[in-house]
Design a binder for this molecule. Structure first.
Ligand SMILES: [Zn+2]
Length: 248
């Protein structure tokens, strides 16, 4: 009974919030989208449950790993096994299409507008859905890029061909030793270009995206839009909070 009342109220609040958001987007001449992992989860890119069990059943059986997120931190005994895990993780979250067209639906809402996306997601789904690369700032990296693990230089490398090869050639939870990626400069193991600690490489593309975002939010009309949104929704206000500190 309590649950029913709560659900009804929650749904009403949700619908009201969506209505306000739709109205604000319609009226705005510029849109800033702040997106985190919830958006990818809603597109079906879930890190646990059926999808996880389907692609990582052998790792679950051997190491009792609970979900894709924690599996990325497991201390695998050999790099062959480590890359068997990571190639699957990257492939199924970055190179295959998401189960549901949530990103495409979002793109349909903003494609005629002056928009910019600021995201902590590293799965490339915005670009796959058609968002303009020049209007995206992936602040935390990209599963599709590698970097030197030391790192000895500030550059990232596209990994698609290597990942596809690891997927097709892995056997018994191991990739062939010759496929283990090494830094072309110093020979150290490569690693994902993900912001986990202070070894994260911010390459030219990262700085270019950062500058484009700065340019975008400093345009006066965008500031006005940010203020409109700040009044309409708590969640959105949180997402665009950096705008609140901008001068008028
Ligand atoms: Zn290196």
């Amino acid at each position: 009974m309590f649950s029913r009342i709560w659900t009804k109220k929650s749904t009403e609040n949700y619908s009201e919030g969506i209505g306000k958001l739709a109205e604000a987007v319609k009226e705005a001449d510029a849109v800033v989208i702040g997106a985190g992992s919830g958006l990818s989860a809603s597109a079906g890119l879930t890190y646990s449950g059926e999808r996880f069990e389907k692609y990582f059943g052998d790792f679950i059986a051997k190491y009792h790993i609970r979900d894709m997120y924690s599996g990325g931190f497991y201390p695998y005994p050999a790099l062959e096994e480590y890359w068997a895990w990571w190639s699957r993780h990257i492939y199924y979250n970055r190179y295959v299409d998401a189960p549901k067209p949530v990103y495409q639906a979002l793109y349909d809402v903003v494609k005629g507008k002056d928009y910019f996306v600021l995201t902590t997601n590293v799965d490339h789904q915005f670009q796959k859905a058609g968002f303009d690369k020049k209007r995206l700032f992936y602040t935390q990296g990209d599963y599709g890029l590698w970097q030197c693990s030391r790192p000895c230089h500030q550059k990232t490398y596209d990994n698609e061909d290597a990942i596809r090869k690891m997927i097709s050639e892995q056997r018994d939870m191991k990739i062939p030793a010759e496929l283990i990626p090494k830094c072309p400069v110093c020979g150290a193991p490569m690693t994902m270009n993900l912001r986990c600690d202070n070894t994260f490489v911010q390459d030219e593309g990262w700085y270019a995206a950062s500058e484009r975002y700065e340019d975008f939010i400093r345009r006066p009309r965008t500031v006005e839009y940010g203020k409109t949104m700040a009044k309409s929704s708590g969640t959105i206000r949180q997402l665009i909070s950096p705008l609140a500190s901008l001068p008028l």
